[in-house]
Design a protein around this ligand. Sequence first.
Ligand code: PNS
Length: 159
Amino acid sequence: MLRVVCPGSFDPVTNGHLDVISRAARLYDEVIVAVLRNLNKSTLFTVEERVEMLLEVTKTQANVRVERFDGLIVDFCMANDVSAIVKGLRAVSDFDYEMQMAQMNYNQAGVETLFMTTNPLYAFLSSSLVKEFARYGGDVTGLVPPAVLRTLTERLGAG
Ligand code: PNS
């Protein structure tokens, strides 16, 4: 059984994340989407909200599971019998830090990281930009799944 993990903060999940998750789910037996609970940065959505949105947008994919985690991703991998971490690479600017994390994770725990090039449609996309545009009235339809768009509009409207 080849089980991989797609880790992230997912604040909120975007169509770029979803693209990588769905493509990984076609390649491997099981994909765990691991949502980091304790972030150094503050989040717009609580971990429960981030998990709920991910559950909603992955509900048609039977081999995708959503979990939360604290601490090191390599500890999560070892505890859950995960073969590799799958990450999306958007641009060269992602590469340095992703490479560093991948090598650290391999050095510390022998956990492999596999990089998937993102769909060019989403190469510019990040949760931070989505939040910034949505906060100031930008239209982020098509950048996040409809359920996320609703939650985002509610949250920012209410704020
Ligand atoms: O969506 P993000 O915020 O870019 O995701 C980054 C994430 C959560 C994948 C990364 O920060 C991570 O794996 N954090 C867990 C803590 C950890 O293992 N740190 C050491 C990485 S070498």
